[in-house]
Ligand binder design. Structure first.
Ligand code: NAD
Length: 363
C-alpha cells in the first residue's frame, strides 16, 4: 500500500474556485504517475468562510491544514468584506494567519516568460530572448514588516513615524539554506540583494550569507545592492537565476520580476517553513473584476500545483509534465483573455477549456 499524501485544498474567493477546479482536473490526471496515494480535502477560507461561519479561517479549515502534508491555496478577498476591521478581513484573517501559524518564512516566486507571449512584457524582445527564468526567494516573517518598535509619536510639525528593520543570524541562516538548496537544483548561483553600504541588517545579512556559502562550495554567491539590482533586472535579467532578498526588498523585486514576465495570471508561488511544509498559491489575487465569468487564467493555479508536486512530493518529472503541457497549449495559440496579444493563430478560450486542454495534453 503506497504512502498517503494529503493535500488541503482551499479555493477561497473570486476566481479562486474557478481556477482551483482546473488544478484539480490536472491532479486527477497525474495522480496515477505519483508514487504516493493522493488524498484531497477541500476547506472553506477567506470571504466564503466569513459568509458561512463568520470567520475567515474556521477551526475546521485550520485543523484540516494541520493534518495535511501541503496546502493548495486559491486566493481570498474582495470589496464585499471591506466593511470588516482589517484583522477580520479575508487576507489578514486567513492567509496571513496561515503563514504565521505554520511559520512560513520562505516565499518562493518563480518568474519566467513564454516565448510566444513576450509581447506582454514591457521589456524589449531582444533583452528577453537572452533568457528570463528567475526564482525570487523572499524572507517572509521578519525584517521591517514585523520589527519592533514601530509607530507614530508627537504632534503637529514634531510628529514622526518609525519602523524597525531587524534580522537575527538565525533568521538569515535558515532562509540562506533554503536558497542554497534551490540553487543546487538549478544553475548553482545566487544573487543576494541588500543595502550593505547603508544598513546594519544588510551588513549582517551579507556576512551570514558569506559564512553559509562555505557549506555549498559548488554554488556561486554574488551580492548586489538593491538599487543596482532593480536596474540590472531591466537591463539584463538573464544574468540572474536565484535571487535572495529580505522581506522588504523581496516584496519589491518579486513584483518587478512578475511585471517583466508580462502576466500575473501565469505565475505561481510557494511558502515554506523549516520542515519544508508548503503553502502553494498563485502570485495574483482573487481578481473580483473577472470572477464568475469563466475567463480567468488558470495557469498560475496549475503551476502552483506543479510546484507542490516538485517541492513537497519531490516528483520533479511529473511537475515537468505539467509545465510541458502548458507550453504545448500556448504554442498552439490557445489563450485566456488576459494572454491575448492579437497575433495570428491565437484563439481565446475559457478558464474551463484551458484547464481541460492542459489536462488532455499531459503525457
Ligand atoms: P488581483 O491580482 O486580484 O488583480 C489585479 C489584476 O490582475 C486584475 O485586473 C485581475 O483581473 C488580473 N488578474 C489577476 N489574476 C488573474 C488571472 N488568474 N487571470 C486573469 N487576470 C488576472 O489584485 P487586486 O485587484 O489588487 O486584488 C483583488 C483582491 O484580491 C483584493 O481583495 C485583494 O486583497 C486580494 N488579494 C489576494 C491575494 C491572495 O489571496 N494571495 C493576493 C493579492 C490580492
Amino acid at each position: 500500500m503506497a504512502d498517503i499524501f494529503k493535500i488541503a485544498i482551499l479555493p477561497g474567493d473570486g476566481i479562486g474556485p474557478e481556477v482551483m477546479k482546473q488544478a484539480i482536473k490536472i491532479l486527477e490526471k497525474i495522480e496515477k504517475y505519483i508514487t504516493k496515494k493522493i488524498v484531497i480535502d477541500t476547506y472553506t477560507v477567506g470571504g466564503a468562510a466569513i459568509n458561512l461561519y463568520g470567520n475567515p479561517l474556521p477551526k475546521k479549515t485550520l485543523y484540516g491544514c494541520e493534518k495535511s502534508d501541503a496546502i493548495l491555496f486559491g486566493s481570498v478577498g474582495g470589496s464585499e468584506w471591506d466593511y470588516l476591521p482589517l484583522n477580520k478581513r479575508p487576507e489578514k484573517g486567513s492567509l496571513l494567519k496561515l503563514r504565521k501559524h505554520f511559520n512560513l518564512f520562505a516565499n518562493i516566486r518563480p518568474s519566467f516568460f513564454y516565448k510566444d507571449l513576450s509581447i506582454l512584457s514591457p521589456l524589449k524582445e531582444k533583452i528577453l530572448n537572452k533568457g528570463f527564468d528567475i526564482i525570487c526567494i523572499r524572507e517572509l516573517t521578519g525584517g521591517i514588516y514585523f520589527g519592533l518598535p514601530n509607530g507614530r509619536k508627537g504632534k503637529g510639525i514634531d510628529e514622526y513615524a518609525f519602523d524597525t528593520e531587524i534580522y537575527s543570524r538565525f533568521e538569515i541562516e535558515r532562509i540562506a539554506h533554503i536558497a542554497f538548496n534551490i540553487a543546487l537544483k538549478r544553475k548553482k548561483k545566487i544573487c543576494s540583494i541588500d543595502k550593505a553600504n547603508v544598513l546594519n541588517t544588510s551588513i549582517l545579512w551579507r556576512e551570514v550569507l558569506t559564512d553559509i556559502s562555505k557549506q555549498y562550495i559548488s554554488v556561486k554567491l554574488e551580492h548586489m545592492y538593491i538599487d543596482n539590482a532593480v536596474m540590472q533586472l531591466m537591463k539584463n535579467p538573464s544574468q540572474f537565476d536565484v535571487i535572495l532578498c529580505s522581506n522588504l526588498f523581496g516584496d519589491i523585486i518579486s513584483d518587478q520580476c512578475a511585471m517583466i514576465s508580462g502576466s500575473v495570471g501565469n505565475l505561481p508561488s510557494a511558502s515554506f517553513n523549516q520542515n519544508y511544509f508548503g503553502l502553494y498559491e498563485p502570485s495574483g489575487g482573487s481578481a473580483p473584476n473577472i470572477a464568475g465569468k469563466n475567463i480567468a487564467n488558470p495557469i498560475a493555479q496549475i503551476l502552483s500545483l506543479a510546484m507542490l508536486i516538485e517541492y513537497s512530493l519531490k516528483e520533479r518529472n511529473i511537475s515537468q509534465k505539467i509545465k510541458n503541457a502548458i507550453q504545448k497549449i500556448l504554442n498552439l495559440g490557445y489563450r485566456t483573455k488576459d494572454l491575448f496579444t492579437n497575433s495570428k493563430n491565437e484563439k481565446i478560450i475559457t478558464t474551463d477549456d484551458m484547464g481541460t486542454l492542459i489536462m488532455e495534453s499531459i503525457i
